[in-house]
Design a protein around this ligand. Structure first.
Ligand code: SF4
Length: 760
């Protein structure tokens, strides 16, 4: 049987979905481990008995359980962990490729100090003692100079013990500047917390839904917990669940859904409100939910009888008729009406939102509009709907005792403005950091970067690099020579996920309280350290109240103590789950001021003047650039075959790319054939794509699954660092797109950017 690349991939996806009806997917995963051994840098394992270690994959926020097969001291294969509630034996192509990230040539083998200019690639290996004392000296000097707030850190995640430990270190030291990238999860959970109160995570009971309405989420393109989504998608096919995908491009998700609805990028919010119009106008909303558990749906007059307030119903009926919405979204009136009715009449519908894999936020009001749809059908905390899931509450350390230096440093305003009067809703606004540094209004003297690659991942990478150049001392904790590490002053390399402990709570979209535990499968291959241990070393070296905040001898001791009685189960099974969890009944579910689900958000009304601002409404997030100079709109797209975050694509994954994504070192830009014809473009031509942020040489691919006037580029290409398997292949689309601030939250909510194509 001849297997071409496409059939090969769908079989791997079948494996990921856990549909092991044929032995072939598993044969192919074996092939992967055999194939992996053919890379020159991969050591061939000795013969011996295989052992199996259960752990958790941290290559994306999916939180899948894995089983690593080990022969002596070598990991030879990674499989999905059977029985793990997140992925039940399934694994994705990135998870399968984990051994390449363990043994690949891009690992940093020991602490390194820059010797040439930044980014020149000239490094000197140094000892851990020298590395830690270099950092501590700089930290101590900033602190004694009364400027601890000039130290900052960027962390890949806010969840779990390690980010909390870093946050604790910065607090005890005296800096408020702890930042991390936001995602569509950030926006949706912010909307949920505003409308429902408390601090729940968003859990989707997909296993029982009968209608999935996706506003751009790449359900099988890596959104949420990717393997769980593959498995859900297979289950939906069996149960004949209806899936509707709304987005400007025919993604893999759109192609596999029951209906694809192309929509002008960035207008998803107004489409949700147009659907709400039909549902309200026709009275097909969930009357019981609205009458008993909702606040701010109908107009009302306050207790004193003085002020009349506009409710969601009046706002929607006055502003979002299908006629008005159709003009903005490009979706026909009849489609809006049909979609609204289908959603309302389904018995367990659920609406989700997020761009592709969800690495960038959506606007707060888009998330609120989509959440309002879930409320209109009353499918909150119900079977098949969206659940407010409490995050596992296990990090309960004593409060940090601050000394005078820390107290003073913590009174300084944050460099990114998060939590200020202008941006009260967010904890972190990493997207604002480059602008704050460029404006000269604030500065950092020292920056830690851990678990994230801002010089590749952040929008407008040139501006990010310029901002980093103004920070005198950048310390990277990366395991890999990524773009940020390559431009740092000092690298303190961490163990990779197969060499360390790490707790992984609340996978994206999972519907029960869950913690996974990553475990060391083998001893560290190189002279690396756990970031947690380096934090403890730095704290102890700084002494005083900073050292006192860290009573643990090692990170492992801290983690064991923090996880308490869950530790044994985590070590044995690889995960802990609250099996008996059921969501709160609606009479107890809402921790808002009104104790109800708030269409009219009390917390927003306290700070904003107009009623409309406290209700879900459309605020256009315009793409940057003027229409005359830039007649097209460039959007990024995600695929599961390209890792686009902190983890760079392993060689195996790059091998599987279609030659309409990458051919040789040339990356492609997609364009609708009609638009291409009008502009004189043919398949395979070289073009220069230019946006207000930069330009790139690309090859043209005509793709009918793209709305006219839109061009699209994949995320995950165009690395300048890592290794020869990845660097110099294609172009990093983040260099071409700049952030556009959501006025309601301050988060970057840009869908794309205006662009033009010219002959290369
Ligand atoms: S989906 Fe994410 S967590 Fe799961 S195996 Fe793939 S990379 Fe790992």
């Amino acid at each position: 049987m001849k297997i071409d690349r496409r059939s090969f991939l769908s079989l791997v996806a079948g494996g990921a979905a856990g549909t092991a009806l044929s032995p072939l997917p598993w044969k192919l995963t074996d092939d992967i481990s055999i194939w992996s051994q053919n890379w020159s840098w991969t050591p061939v394992p000795e013969d011996g008995e295989a052992e199996y270690v259960s752990s958790v994959c941290t290559l994306c926020p999916g939180g899948c359980g894995i089983t690593a097969r080990r022969i002596k001291d070598r990991v030879v294969k990674i499989e999905g962990l059977k029985g793990c509630p997140v992925n039940d034996g399934g694994i994705c192509i990135l998870g399968l490729s984990g051994t390449q990230l363990l043994y690949g040539p891009t690992r940093i083998p020991s602490p390194m100090k820059r010797t040439g200019n930044r980014g020149d690639g000239q490094w000197e290996k140094i000892s851990w003692d020298e590395a830690v004392s270099t950092v501590v000296e700089k930290l101590a000097s900033l602190r004694s100079g009364g400027q601890p707030q000039k130290a900052g850190c960027i962390l890949g995640s806010e969840q779990g013990t390690l980010p909390s430990l870093f946050d604790r270190f910065m607090t005890a030291y005296g800096s408020p500047n702890v930042m991390s990238p936001a995602s569509s999860r950030t926006s949706y959970e912010m909307a949920m917390q505003l409308m429902q109160g408390g601090k729940p995570t968003a859990g989707y009971d997909f296993e029982h839904s009968d209608f999935i309405l996706s506003f751009g989420s790449g359900i099988i393109d890596g959104w949420g917990s990717p393997v769980r989504m593959f498995q859900s998608n297979s289950d939906w096919k069996t149960r004949k669940v209806k899936v509707v995908q709304i987005e400007p491009r025919l993604s893999n998700t759109a192609a596999k859904s029951d209906k694809w609805i192309p929509v002008n990028p960035g207008t998803e919010c107004v489409l949700a409100l147009g659907m709400a119009y039909v549902i309200i106008k026709e009275g097909i909303y969930n009357q019981k939910f609205i009458d008993n558990f909702a606040y701010g749906f109908f107009d009302w007059t306050d207790e004193k009888g003085e002020n009349h307030h506009k409710g969601f119903k009046e706002l929607v009926l006055g502003n979002y008729s299908p006629d008005q919405v159709s003009k903005i979204t490009g979706v026909s009136q009849s489609t809006i009406a049909h979609l609204a009715r289908s959603f309302a009449f389904a018995s367990k519908p659920v609406a989700i939102c997020g761009r592709g894999q969800g690495h960038t936020p959506v606007s707060l009001h888009e998330a609120m509009a989509v959440h309002a749809l879930n409320a209109l059908v009353g499918n909150i905390n119900q079977k098949g709907g969206i659940w407010a899931v409490p995050a596992p509450d296990y990090i309960r350390w004593p409060e940090v005792k601050l000394d005078e230096a820390a107290r003073k440093g913590l009174t300084a305003s944050r460099i990114d403005g998060a939590g200020s009067d202008k941006y009260p809703l967010v904890k972190s606004l990493l997207n604002r950091l480059p602008g704050a540094i460029a404006s000269g209004s604030q500065s950092l003297e020292l920056l830690f970067v851990s678990g994230v690659n801002p010089l590749y991942e952040m929008r407008d990478t040139h501006a990010v690099k310029s901002a980093f150049e103004k920070i005198p001392f950048v310390v990277s904790f990366s395991s890999y020579m990524d773009e940020t590490a390559a431009n740092a002053d000092l690298i303190l390399p961490s163990h990779v996920y197969l060499e360390r402990y790490e707790d992984v709570p609340s996978p994206v979209g999972f519907n029960r309280p869950f913690i996974g535990l990553t475990k060391p499968v083998i001893e560290p291959l190189y002279d690396t350290r756990h970031v947690g241990d380096v934090i403890l070393l730095m704290a102890k070296a700084l002494g005083g109240s900073v050292a006192e905040a860290f009573p643990w001898d090692s990170y492992e001791v801290c983690l064991r103590e923090t996880l308490g009685d869950k530790w044994d189960a985590l070590v044995e099974n690889g995960f802990w789950i609250d099996e008996g969890y059921v969501p709160e009944s609606l009479d107890k579910a809402f921790e808002t001021k009104s104790t109800k689900f708030e269409f009219f958000v009390s917390r927003l009304s306290e700070t904003l003047r107009k009623d409309e601002q406290a209700l879900p409404h459309y605020m256009a997030i315009e793409s940057e650039g003027d229409v005359e100079s830039y007649p097209l709109v460039l959007i990024p797209y995600d695929t599961t075959r390209l890792s686009n975050g902190y983890i760079g694509n392993p060689p195996f994954m790059t091998k599987t790319l279609d030659d309409t994504i990458l051919k040789g070192n040339d990356g492609f830009i997609e364009i609708n054939p009609k638009t291409a014809k009008t502009l004189g473009w043919v398949e395979g031509a070289f073009a220069t794509v230019t946006t207000p942020k930069g330009e790139a040489r690309v090859k043209v691919h005509l793709f009918e699954g793209l709305m006219p006037g839109i061009i699209a580029m994949p995320t995950g290409l165009g690395h300048t660092a890592y290794d020869s398997y990845l660097a110099g292949k294609g172009f990093n689309v983040n260099e071409l797109i700049g952030p556009v601030e959501d006025p309601a939250s301050g988060l970057d909510a840009a869908w794309g950017i205006r662009a033009k194509l010219a002959k290369a």
